[in-house]
Design a protein around this ligand. Structure first.
Ligand code: ZN
Length: 239
């Protein structure tokens, strides 16, 4: 089933405070609902009326609001004193101006120096500097951990990349190459391990079949919890 001819519109749902709602119609048979930091995505079959959608959303109002509040808490803000998720804990962000841009990690303090530049806002500059720092850390930390699991699961991979994904935590190609989102570094080691085990198991099972999940469960019995926690943290992808 492919989504063809996607129609969508944005409108705040009157009863849902000001949560933006996108309705996507396609040749699907059932309706589904996804709540992300940017709002609610409703996927419905072509023939479903707007009135049905409105009523359906109204019936789920309190659940949607709860989910929305839950994902909102993971939105990354770049401001003085902001808490940035890092390895399952938080770093306290602060910045000063200086000759050269740089980042120093001192305990739980992430101290950024921003060199003057005119074409960007200060927050955007800091965001760029901090993201580069995270990517660098990810490059030195994630491959080591993947190698640990690769040996434990006795798998062969053809390569590993640390990527800037906006919609996924990791991937595994049919050629046996694994890619990990650098944002995984924001997550706890437990969640990092789950994603690595998940991708390594794809080397043998290329789908999400019961067989695949059984293989994952062998090394990660709590995979359901981890999968849910990562879903709640999709807002980490948006900065
Ligand atoms: Zn998968």
């Amino acid at each position: 089933m492919t989504d063809v001819n996607i129609m969508s519109h944005h409108k705040p749902i009157a009863d849902l405070k000001s949560i933006a709602c996108t309705v996507i119609r396609s040749r699907r048979k059932t309706a589904s609902l996804q709540v992300t930091a940017s709002g609610v995505q409703v996927r419905v079959p072509y023939q479903v009326t707007q009135q049905w959608v409105d009523q359906w959303l109204a019936s789920k109002q309190s659940w949607i609001e709860q989910q929305y509040a839950r994902v909102q808490q993971f939105v990354v803000e770049i401001e003085q004193g902001a808490l940035l998720p890092y390895k399952g804990a938080f770093l306290v962000l602060s910045w000063v101006h200086g000759q050269r841009s740089r980042v120093v990690l001192q305990g739980q303090q992430l101290l950024v120096t921003v060199a003057a530049k005119t074409d960007q806002t200060e927050a955007d500059q800091v965001r760029g500097i901090v993201k580069r720092w995270y990517k660098k850390q990810a490059l030195s930390i994630l491959p080591q951990r993947l190698e640990f699991w690769r040996q434990k699961l006795q798998k062969e991979i053809t390569g590993l990349k640390v990527r800037d994904y906006k919609r996924r935590w990791g991937s595994c190609s049919s050629q046996g190459e694994i890619a990990l989102n650098w944002r995984l570094l924001m997550a706890s080691p437990t969640l990092q391990d789950y994603v690595m085990i998940h991708e390594l198991c794809h080397l043998e099972h290329f789908d999400h079949s019961p067989k695949f999940w059984r293989a994952v469960a062998q090394h990660c019995p709590e995979w359901r919890v981890s999968r849910e926690q990562l879903k709640q943290r999709t807002a980490w992808m948006y900065w």
